[in-house]
Design a protein around this ligand. Structure first.
Ligand code: ZN
Length: 424
């Protein structure tokens, strides 16, 4: 970490908002947000050992984890003709859900259409947002480089804000992407099906067009689109950062069905699962190699504010077993539904936050109207909020998002449902 200088021991308290921007009707999880309840299983028994079919193979070996270090930040001075200056201001943080590749499937008037309109942007809108962020002098930084863990004078571990050294005039931006799982409901609703490696070895998406034709593309999915944008505009990511992918586990990850099912498990299903695991490994490796990182969104997209502690513990262990084992360790947790644990995680430190922190998580991200962040004093943890470019804010929060883009230039009313727009 020598490239980073620690100066920041005070905290930023920009907003006291609770994260209420991701209501329970969010399509996060596809109306399937709590599969444990949905399946009518007893959550308490959900991960009980010994319930699985005895023929199930041993858990897979953890994939070798190579820590990508995308942010080589010079400590000031000039490099390659670019002057780097210290930055201790707000680090803006925007998050996206999967983007809509085929609006005619997403906005076909079915029961999912309004939810997709609320919480997603289309590929066309996403392209315009990236272009605007670039033109407004934002540059990508990795969420893992904004804070670090340090031992204080009293011997206690604490999180510390890093001073970022940025090209002069540039502003740091974290991007995160929730539910990069390619849930079943999305496949028929205008989203891509999975990430794959294209013929050139680069990350692409696989899916089907509205007419059912197989499509491999780098232009229909948020991840390869950002990869391409950075290829064309390398100064948008001077340190190699892309975004943090927030993963659940209940329908696998990245479009691969790597999850277990506690009921009806058979040797055949385990064999199929192992094939999916082998298939996703090179995708994970390429994502890491190209600046993407991973965070937990819990295994079952569970509500951390209301579920019993026992359920939270079992869910967390299952995330480590089925997702962490594949993507490697992470210190980032993105709250499903934006729901904060223990009622309020920054004014007080309750048992759920304490437990999650004890499992290795350090950065706890919700959703709000500011890129708020707060370094806890009684626990080695950072609480933060993210802004959410989506249909709701495009329609109703134009002013707030003007520092990033003008919704008037972005919102594609020609493909979206005819619903209210506040700024018209
Ligand atoms: Zn989610």
């Amino acid at each position: 970490m020598s490239r980073l200088t620690a100066l920041f021991l005070s905290f930023l308290l920009l907003s006291t908002l609770c994260a209420c921007a991701a209501p329970s009707s969010s399509p996060d999880g596809g109306g399937n947000a709590d599969p444990q309840e949905e399946n009518g299983q007893n959550p308490g028994a959900d991960t009980a050992p010994g319930e699985e079919d005895a023929s199930q193979a041993a858990p897979p070996e953890p994939a070798p984890y190579e820590i990508l270090d995308p942010t080589v930040m010079p400590e000031g001075g000039t490099r390659d003709g670019v002057a780097y200056t210290a930055y201790d201001g707000v680090v803006e943080h925007l998050f996206f859900h999967p983007v809509v590749a085929y609006p005619e499937l997403a906005f076909d008037g079915d029961s999912q259409a309004d939810g997709i309109d609320d919480y997603m942007v289309t590929v066309g809108e996403y392209n315009k947002i990236l272009q605007s962020l670039y033109e407004k002098d934002y540059i990508l930084v990795d969420i893992g480089d904004v804070w670090r863990e340090e031992t204080g004078e009293d011997g206690r571990q604490t999180m510390v804000r890093n001073t970022l050294y940025l090209p002069e005039g540039k502003k740091p931006l974290i991007l995160s992407f929730d539910d990069v799982n390619y849930y079943d409901y999305m496949l028929s609703n205008g989203f891509t099906y999975k990430l794959i490696l294209g013929e050139d070895g680069k990350i692409a998406s696989y899916g089907r067009s509205p007419s059912g034709k197989e499509v491999v593309s780098r232009e229909l999915d948020a991840i390869p689109i950002l990869d391409q944008f950075v290829e064309e505009h390398p100064d948008f990511s001077p340190f190699g950062a892309k975004g943090c992918l927030s993963l659940t586990g209940y329908q696998g990850i990245l479009g691969y069905r790597t999850q277990t099912d506690q009921e009806n498990w058979t040797a055949e299903r385990e064999e199929a699962r192992q094939k999916e695991i082998e298939a996703v490994k090179p995708i994970i490796a390429e994502l890491k190699r190209t600046g993407w990182t991973f965070g937990s969104h819990t295994w079952g997209h569970i509500r951390l504010g209301t579920r019993p502690m026992e359920v939270i513990k079992q869910d967390t262990q299952r995330w480590f077993d089925e997702v962490g084992n594949l993507v490697g360790p992470t210190t980032i947790l993105f709250y499903p539904h934006g729901e904060r644990p223990d009622g309020d995680d920054w004014k007080k430190t309750g048992p759920v936050l304490q437990y999650l922190q004890s499992q290795g998580f350090r950065v706890f991200a919700s959703v709000g109207i500011e890129s708020f962040s707060y370094i806890k004093r009684d626990l080695c943890a950072v609480i933060c909020d993210r802004l959410h470019p989506d249909g709701i804010t495009l329609r109703h929060s134009r002013e707030r998002y003007l520092p990033f883009y003008d919704a008037k230039d972005i919102l594609d009313v020609s493909v979206r449902p005819q619903r209210e727009i506040s700024w018209e």
